[in-house]
Design a protein. Sequence first.
Length: 316
Amino acid sequence: MQYIAPRWLPGGNLQTIYPSTFIAKPPVRFRRERWDTPDDDFIDVDFVDGQPGQPLVVLFHGLEGSSDSHYCRALMAAVAARGWTGVVPHFRGCSGEINLAPRFYHSGDSSELDWILRRLGTHRAAIGAGKFYATGVSLGANALLRWLGESQHQADFIDAACAVSAPLDLAGGGAALAHGFNRIYSHVFLRTMRPKCLVKLDQFPGLFSRDALLQARDLYTFDNIVTAPLHGYRNTEDYWDRASAKHILHDITVPTLVLNAKNDPFLPPQYLPKSAAACVKLEYPEEGGHVGFPTGAPPGDLGWLPQRMLHFLEGK
């Protein structure tokens, strides 16, 4: 399934911003469950209930995303149309209510994904679902790839996986988001992350520097103040290096699609890995933006990406 960008949406920035902002999201009826975590916190998990015997698809969202993100709604609508079961777990603090623990979530959160996926494996058996597919977008895609590579054959209860617009090289992506027009993306992320962090400081005074947080203007600084120290990394460099999925693509044993547009403003093409394990398909279309891939005449359509993902999964 070749992606061809519409002529009226040229360039990676338009192909990123327009789909997330201006294309209507399909309606999806979710059922929410709250799960207690092993460290006495919670996450909220949104379900699309399917028919027995049909596949189960889990989607891990991106930085500051949720089940309401355009890509989640698009994929879950396609899943529901097939009668499949769909699941969108929210990373901590992303479901509309701040979490309880002195931590958030991050690009290398493979242990978090491990317990979510294993609990979903139990749920799959309980509802009599068929195959089990795991997907991720952006930060969630990187975390999924980390889990697949670190788990190797222990991940084989997953039948196939898709990672879309993963920041495979976090340092390369971070540098790209720190310059020129791309700084607008960092501003958008910080606009929601900073208030969450202020609430976290109310929960845990002194957890990190309030003044340094308020002065942060890019993701490098934010990760140095909050993400890295809260999640066991020495600093931003350590986090961006150790959490990058590029290191483990050769260790993956589950059939996996890695889909990244070459004009993705979050990860310039020179940082795209050129090789991976034999079961990993690296697919780098020339266009598509960051989790965009819009098609059709104005006002555009979100259907290509979920169809590409499901086409790959159904073939495994």
